[in-house]
Design a protein around this ligand. Structure first.
Ligand code: ADP
Ligand code: ASP
Ligand code: MG
Length: 403
């Protein structure tokens, strides 16, 4: 008998039929003798709908009020799932993030988890009930409701699995695992049976939205094995866990893409110690999450810096950078949201030269211009025009024979 955390994403609970199918699966898992803690997301596109409502009434959106609004979606799901479980004679109890003891900082709309208490969940388990926890939410040290950022139910699930010492955290979604590319763009993509935390981190960070990045960080830091699988076929999916050294490592495991970021270019910046520090400190102080950064070698004592930020943060990034421009000697600041990023991820890249060259040749063969490049030991990313993203992903998937 094991303790399992089972997380069901919005795509798994789009309507009440799906909610009943999920309840059936939870009941089945219990019949197999396991203890289950369930984490559930808002139904279908509920969170997007709630954001649309907010946009309809206001351009000013205080984070505290947005969080109060957005947490409502997950609350509906927990109650409905408990009702569906009651119908099957499975004792269950719904919990908001706050009731589950998920304590966060006060950064509304993207709060960080500080502590998970979980005693009420342990009590429910001891009473033989299935705790059903609202994903994506917590309560701040100031006792306000917070959310963990889009896709945050994954993080809730992993945090609970770590706290409760679960054997595994099962992430149920609408695809049967983590694929060699987004199956919506590359129909021939194949399911990866196993990934290391490092590879999954790079996949999540570079746009493979099947798992939220912070959930993978949490899983790696607390050694929680993840099992990403389908709530439609229930077949075994992709395991994400500690690297298995005996396994032959693929040179390239996946091609990912991300169109959620924009590019900021600062031209003619003084090439002196402390300039970059001031710019990126000012952005950090406004909680802008800067991703790729490229700086040119300087010519005549000045240089250009380009960086990417989430599209939602473009306006504030431009404001901060333009304000600072006179102090850092910048002659111009421009923003461009018509960009996207394609990346190759693979643990075997470390030891195989030539991957970069093949990537650049493939993009050039498609007539695609590369605007920014960044690498880690197991990832190469290129920023290209938005309309070049899909052809780039398809061409790379083929060039690296991932089908
Ligand atoms: P959920 O509602 O279950 O959280 P998400 O929409 O957040 O679902 O994540 C699942 C989606 O992630 C899939 O439908 C798929 O289109 C997308 N996706 C992107 N990249 C990948 C990948 N490499 N492997 C699998 N799915 C991916
Ligand atoms: N409902 C939230 C979102 O759509 C959280 C999640 O689904 O993980 O982002
Ligand atoms: Mg998700």
């Amino acid at each position: 008998m094991a303790l399992l955390v089972q997380k069901f994403g919005g795509t798994s609970v789009t309507d009440t039929d799906r909610m009943r199918a999920v309840a059936d699966h939870v009941a089945r898992t219990r019949r197999q003798g396991h203890e289950v803690v369930v984490v559930v997301s808002a139904m279908g596109k509920t969170t997007d709908d709630l954001i649309r409502l907010a946009n309809d009434v206001s351009r000013v959106q205080p984070g505290r009020e947005m969080d109060m609004l957005l947490t409502a979606g997950e609350r509906v799901s927990t109650a409905l799932l408990c009702l569906a479980l009651a119908e099957l004679n499975v004792g269950a109890a719904s919990f908001t993030g706050s009731q589950a003891g998920i304590i966060t900082d006060t950064t509304h709309t993207r709060a960080m988890i500080l502590e998970v208490k979980g005693d009420r969940l342990r009590e429910a388990l001891a009473e033989g009930r299935v705790p059903v926890v609202a994903g994506f939410q917590g309560v701040s040290s100031r006792r306000d409701v917070t959310t963990l950022g889009r896709g945050g139910s994954d993080t809730t699930a992993v945090a609970l699995a770590a706290t409760l010492g679960a054997e595994a955290c099962e992430i149920y979604t609408d695809v049967s695992g983590v694929f060699s590319a987004d199956p919506r763009i590359v129909p021939g993509a194949h399911r990866l049976p196993q990934l290391s935390y490092e590879e999954m981190l790079e996949i999540a960070a570079s746009g493979g939205r099947v798992l939220a990045l912070r959930s993978v960080e949490f899983a790696r830091n607390h050694h929680v094995p993840l099992h990403v699988r389908s709530s439609f076929t229930w077949e075994p999916g992709t395991w994400v866990k500690e690297e298995n050294r005996s396994m032959e490592q693929a040179i390239v495991s996946a091609v990912t893409h991300d169109t959620s970021e924009a590019k900021v270019t600062v031209t003619g910046v003084l090439d002196r110690p402390g300039i970059a520090a001031r710019l990126f400190r000012a952005l950090a102080d406004r909680t802008v999450n800067v991703d790729m950064i490229v700086q040119n070698t300087s010519l005549h004592g000045t240089t250009d810096i380009s960086f990417t930020v989430p599209k939602d943060d473009l306006a504030v990034s431009l404001e901060v950078t333009r304000e600072l421009a006179p102090q850092i000697g910048a002659s111009d600041v421009t923003g461009d949201s018509d960009v996207g990023r394609v990346s190759l991820v693979g643990a075997g890249m470390k030891t195989h030269p030539g991957v970069t060259a093949t990537m650049f040749e493939t993009l050039s063969g498609e007539g695609i211009n590369i605007e920014m490049i960044s690498t880690s030991s197991i990832r190469i990313s290129c920023v290209v025009r938005t309309d070049a993203v899909e052809p780039a992903v398809q061409a790379l998937h083929e060039a690296f024979k991932l089908a």
